[in-house]
Design a protein around this ligand. Structure first.
Ligand code: NAD
Ligand code: MG
Length: 395
């Protein structure tokens, strides 16, 4: 069997480590060429020693000498700096790039991979939120496959397989509702980041776990779905499904609905993206209907969880507004994790940044980068103001 040669951006993260679990289970199918990490040098070294890639990137330069030293007796090349991420995805030896960085930092290396003609397995949803139109244009231009890793989008992708002639009427993205489903605004005002990090069904990186608690994750996924599947905003609905068994659904022109089901385990959508169009046997736990006698559905509460409404608004406004939303969100989530803003204040800051940001109807890549940068600065300023307010009240 010809092996697929893969590059993993964000190898030490929640998605990255599960990609390596899939590779470990199918050593006959994959060869790891590139591994990258931000600053977790210990895990990157361990992974490099196990998978013997051609090159690793430790983005944080302070860890370069440690990684270089630990791998000096191996043939693995060691690079550092975020710019190197754009270089390594272009290596001739790479067939498929797994884009699993967190945040808008994923945009440039993902774009570099597409421009180099590599297929991309996309976990980094922020790439499509920041520059959806531009990225999809590049996918067309370079004729590459953009394979969704996000479980909802993988579900939609699986449902439309073989339906190329048939129009999608609408899609339903399912949402677990997160740890605070059903709670009031008064309660949410008091919640800590520790409580928000306790997701009922999935174990994920910190940023997406907070995004799941605020429903921003679903908002970002609505935007991601629009671009991946070429839909109008009104064709995308969100339905809360606390059991996380149905991963999403597609309704076709005749009213028929197809769904994709399974236990919540990211290794399944990851494997499908890596082996597409083939389905390959594995040892993942199988779903049992009698373990889940009830699958329930409810409307999302977008009055209490305003981020989902803000994401729809950003999509309606279009242009660079989803990029503004994303940048402000990245800043407030980081601040919330450090205890610098409250749960509900996250939405306040995002809304305020969206109100101030200059609008660009058809942004270029440079416009997206500048919008991202500028919105971060504005959001950071607002967070500092909130921080002071909290401080004064406390005094
Ligand atoms: P994570 O925080 O666990 O891992 C992020 C990875 O990116 C790490 O390897 C880290 O070293 C690297 N990284 C972070 N910042 C970087 C920087 N500035 N420069 C270079 N490298 C950097 O995140 P995750 O949960 O694995 O999520 C990754 C992406 O996949 C996100 O976009 C997320 O929304 C998406 N996603 C994740 C899951 C999940 O189950 N974790 C599910 C669906 C989608
Ligand atoms: Mg998802």
């Amino acid at each position: 069997m010809i092996k697929k040669h893969i590059a993993i951006l964000g190898a030490t993260g929640s998605i990255g480590t599960q990609v390596l679990d899939v590779v470990r289970e199918h050593p006959d199918r994959f060869e790891v060429q590139v591994l990258t990490a931000s600053s977790n040098s210990a895990l990157l070294i361990e992974q490099a020693l196990e998978f013997c890639p051609e090159v690793v990137v430790i983005a944080d330069e302070r860890h370069y000498h440690l990684v270089k030293g630990a791998l000096s007796h191996t043939p693995t090349q060691v690079l550092t700096g975020v710019a190197a991420l754009e270089e390594v995805v272009q290596y001739d030896t790479v067939d498929l790039v797994v884009s699993a960085l967190v945040g808008s930092v994923g945009l440039r290396p993902t774009v570099a991979a597409i421009k180099a003609g590599k297929d991309v397995a996309l976990a980094n949803k922020e790439t499509l939120v920041v520059a959806g139109q531009l990225v999809m244009d590049l996918v067309q231009e370079h004729g590459i496959r953009l394979l969704p890793v996000d479980s909802e989008h993988s579900a939609i992708f699986q449902c439309i397989e073989g339906e190329q002639q048939n129009a999608i009427e609408k899609i339903y993205l399912t949402a677990s509702g997160g740890p605070f489903r059903g709670q009031s605004a008064a309660y949410l005002a008091t919640v800590s980041s520790e409580a928000a990090l306790q997701h009922p069904n999935w174990v994920m990186g910190a940023k997406i776990t907070i995004d799941s608690a605020t429903l921003m994750n679903k908002g970002l996924e609505v935007i991601e779905a629009k671009w991946l599947f070429g839909l109008q905003t009104r064709q995308i609905d969100v339905i809360v499904h606390p059991q996380s068994i149905i991963h999403s659904l597609v309704q076709f022109a005749d009213g028929s609905i197809k769904a994709q089901l399974g236990l919540p385990d990211m290794k399944l959508p990851i494997q499908y993206a890596l082996t597409y169009p083939e389905r390959v046997p594995n040892r993942l736990k199988r779903f049992s209907f009698t373990d889940f006698p009830e699958l329930t559905f409810e409307k999302p509460d977008t009055v209490t969880f305003r981020n989902l409404a803000l994401a729809y608004r950003a999509l309606e406004i279009g242009g660079n507004m989803p990029c503004v939303l994303n940048a402000a969100n990245e800043v407030v989530v980081a601040a919330f994790l450090k205890g610098k803003v409250g749960f509900l204040q996250m939405s306040d800051v995002i809304e305020e940044v969206m109100g101030i940001a200059p609008r660009i109807a058809s942004p270029t890549m440079d416009d997206c980068m500048q919008t991202d940068q500028r919105s971060r600065e504005v959001a950071t300023g607002l967070v500092a103001k909130f921080n002071k307010k909290v401080y004064h009240i406390a005094k």
